[in-house]
Design a protein around this ligand. Structure first.
Ligand code: SF4
Ligand code: SF4
Length: 160
C-alpha cells in the first residue's frame, strides 16, 4: 500500500484478514479458525467504518515479513511463472451449469462443448474452484482432496 500510495496518494490504508481460500497453496482453515477470522473481520470493519466516517488518517496494514521483497521480487515471480491458467481442469462431475463462467471476475472462463476452458487473463483468485457446486474443478495436483471455502455458508440469511 505504501508503494501504491506513491502513485495514488491515499488518506488511509487497511488490511483485513479473511479465511484462506488459496487452496493451491494449502488447505482451507479449519471450521473454528474460519469463524474466528470472520468474527474478527467484522469487528475490524466496524472500527474502519468509524475511522473513515471521522476522516482519520490511518495506516493499519499487516505487511508481514520481508514486505519489500514480496512486493517486488516475489510478486514479479508469481505473475511471471505461477499465475497460469493451464493447470485448471474439470472432473466428470461437472454438470455444465455455467456458474464458474458467470462468477469469474476476469471473464477468463468459457464453456466449450459444455465444459469450462480457462484463458490466460485469469487472476488466480480461485473463486471458480471454491464456488463450483459440484466441486468439479481442480488445479493440477494441488487441490485434490482439499476443502473448498466460500463465505456464503457463514453469513446470516439476510446478508447472502
Ligand atoms: S461451476 Fe462447476 S459444475 Fe458448473 S460448469 Fe463450472 S465446473 Fe462445471
Ligand atoms: S481463478 Fe478467478 S480469475 Fe481465474 S478463472 Fe477462476 S474465477 Fe476467474
Amino acid at each position: 500500500m505504501k508503494q501504491f500510495s506513491k502513485v495514488y496518494p491515499l488518506s488511509s490504508s487497511y488490511s483485513l484478514v479473511m479465511p484462506n481460500n488459496y487452496i493451491i497453496g494449502s488447505d482451507t482453515d479449519d471450521e473454528g479458525e474460519i469463524r474466528q477470522k470472520i468474527t474478527a473481520a467484522r469487528a475490524e470493519l466496524e472500527r474502519m467504518t468509524q475511522e473513515i466516517q471521522r476522516q482519520a488518517p490511518v495506516y493499519r496494514v499487516h505487511e508481514g515479513g520481508l514486505a519489500g521483497v514480496k512486493s517486488h521480487f516475489a510478486n514479479f515471480g508469481f505473475n511471471k511463472f505461477a499465475r497460469s491458467a493451464k493447470p485448471f481442469f474439470t472432473e466428470n462431475s461437472c454438470n455444465s451449469c455455467g456458474l464458474c463462467v458467470q462468477n469469474c471476475p476476469a471473464h477468463a472462463i468459457t464453456l466449450q462443448d459444455g465444459k469450462p476452458v480457462w484463458a490466460a487473463q485469469c487472476y488466480q483468485c480461485l473463486r471458480c474452484i471454491n464456488e463450483c457446486p459440484q466441486q468439479a474443478i481442480q488445479y493440477g495436483k494441488s487441490t485434490a482432496g482439499r476443502r473448498r471455502y466460500t463465505i456464503r455458508g457463514y453469513l446470516p440469511q439476510d446478508e447472502q
